[in-house]
Ligand binder design. Structure first.
Ligand code: PLI
Length: 463
């Protein structure tokens, strides 16, 4: 009798492991204690108490031997480090922007762009908010306006480009407030808070055409733009035979610059940049960077960090790397879908997102279903995830009331080149056990709420 063989896997990693980092295994009783001490906030756990850390893909990648070798080539001069010039050339080559201002990480670049471009009373439309991005826009006196397509808010909608901008909504905003009040459109690729969903090339081109008519700039949040480019290759007609690198370059060409957290796509543990095509804006940014980050040739990074990032960019755009990266995330997502665990569809680029509203219909959003679910997952098997729901959404800056996002999610975020397929199986099995126990959840109450970006440090107790 012949046994049915599974389909051949096409996403196996184009690398092998050279160094390992042992992990502490904990008991359930230890984890129950740890989550209480952490105020039911996975950000407040000690990483030593975590088995599989899917809190974030930010700064958690494994660097290659070529990147580590580059660390030894660090030129730690205060000014004019050779590693800066290498980084600048690499960004120019792969992202296509003219000017580069290095920053310690993405939010450093967001601060610079917001300070330079936004006047009090301005509006900044974008394809769904991101926590730090929106806060910097608000601190500069702007108001973020969500112009993502409506299907982005529906976890079950299977459309391939749920990160797209709703052109009608953008046009309506321009008519309502006037182009002069819109310094730029902030386009994220992929869209983190929507489940890592990509935006299509066609949509990006259409946004460019519309904004050109009104003299409005476009700034990309390019944090995961390489993953976005790979999705375009996979899903958009006409791009299958183009390389990820070619697609990335074309995508960026429809924008005026970008903010970037190198801690994601670019495979490093720290670093970021602001890229600009406009010389005047660049001069302003390279002046302002010395106030907040450091000289314009290091921006808060050591020379060795800039070298690692330059090399990480080169590795990040390789098709084989991206196929394994996206393939691993898809693998975890498929397992969960096969077992009936509710996740955001289609599976996104950097994470699988559990739908906490579907887990816990017995809880209201004020009872923090996603926070509850992230804590339950940790207690079950030591898997650390992140809340991406009402806690992350924060409060309305005018009314002080909670934002109530339609999506109430828990993000299982996959670090790049870190965990194995067996780890993914453990995660899926644990999520399935928590799903089986869903009727027992009673929710949480917030006992401490910090003023800024509360999800990082808020504390909770069981209801
Ligand atoms: O964490 P930073 O400051 O390097 O980058 C901020 C940032 C900007 N844009 C986007 C889309 C992000 O995802 C982002 C950071 N994300 C984190 C930390 C995350 O866990 O998703």
């Amino acid at each position: 009798m012949s046994i049915q063989r599974p389909a051949r896997r096409s996403w196996a990693e184009p690398w092998k492991v050279k160094v390992v980092e042992p992990l502490k295994m904990t008991t359930r009783a230890e984890r129950e204690r740890a989550i209480v001490e952490a105020g039911y906030n996975t950000f407040l756990l000690r990483s030593d108490d975590v088995y599989i850390d899917l809190l974030t893909d930010s700064g958690t990648s494994a660097m290659s031997d070529w990147q580590w070798a580059g660390m030894m080539m660090g030129d730690e001069a205060y000014a004019g480090s050779r590693n800066f010039y290498n980084l600048e050339e690499t960004i120019q080559k792969y992202y296509g922007f003219k000017y580069v201002v290095p920053t310690h990480q993405g939010r450093g670049a967001e601060n610079l762009l917001s300070q330079i471009a936004i006047e009090p009373g301005d509006y900044v439309p974008g394809n769904m908010y991101f926590t730090t991005t929106r806060l910097h826009q608000e601190l500069a006196g702007g108001t973020f306006v969500d112009v993502i397509v409506p299907e982005a808010h529906d976890p079950l909608d299977e459309r391939p480009f749920k990160g797209n901008i709703d052109l009608g909504a953008l046009e309506a905003l321009i008519s309502k407030v006037g182009a002069k009040k819109i310094p730029y459109v902030c386009v994220a690729a992929t869209v983190n808070m929507a489940g890592g969903q990509p935006i299509s090339m066609a949509n990006m081109k259409a946004v460019r055409e519309l904004t050109d008519k009104h003299g409005i700039k476009i700034f990309l949040d390019a944090t995961r733009a390489v993953e976005n480019a790979f999705f375009i290759k996979q899903r958009e007609p006409g791009y299958r035979d183009k390389s990820t690198a070619e697609i990335l370059l074309e995508f960026c060409s429809y924008s005026d610059g970008c903010t970037m957290s190198g801690k994601k796509d670019a495979l490093v543990n720290i670093g970021g940049w602001l890229a600009l095509n406009d010389k005047d804006m660049y001069e302003e940014a390279s002046n302002l960077v010395v106030v907040f980050e450091g000289l314009h040739t290091y921006g808060g990074m050591a020379g060795r960090d800039m070298e690692a990032m330059a090399r990480g960019i080169v590795e990040s755009v390789q098709d084989d790397h991206m196929r394994a990266r996206i393939g691993q995330v898809e693998y975890l997502g498929r397992r969960l879908m096969d077992w009936g665990v509710p996740v955001v569809r289609p599976i996104g680029g950097h994470a699988v997102y559990l739908d906490a509203k579907a887990f816990y219909p017995q809880l209201t959003q004020d009872q923090f279903p996603a926070q509850t679910l992230a804590a339950a997952l940790y207690v079950d098997a030591g898997v650390r995830a992140m809340e991406r729901g009402i806690v992350s959404a924060g409060r309305d800056k005018q009314t002080g009331k909670h934002h109530y996002p339609k999506l109430e999610l828990v993000r299982l975020t996959i670090p790049r080149r870190v965990y194995t397929q067996a780890h993914m199986d453990v995660v899926a099995e644990s999520a399935a056990c928590v799903w089986d126990d869903r009727a027992k959840a009673t929710g949480l109450r917030m006992t401490y709420e910090p003023k800024y970006l509360r999800f990082f440090q808020a504390r909770f107790e069981p209801l």
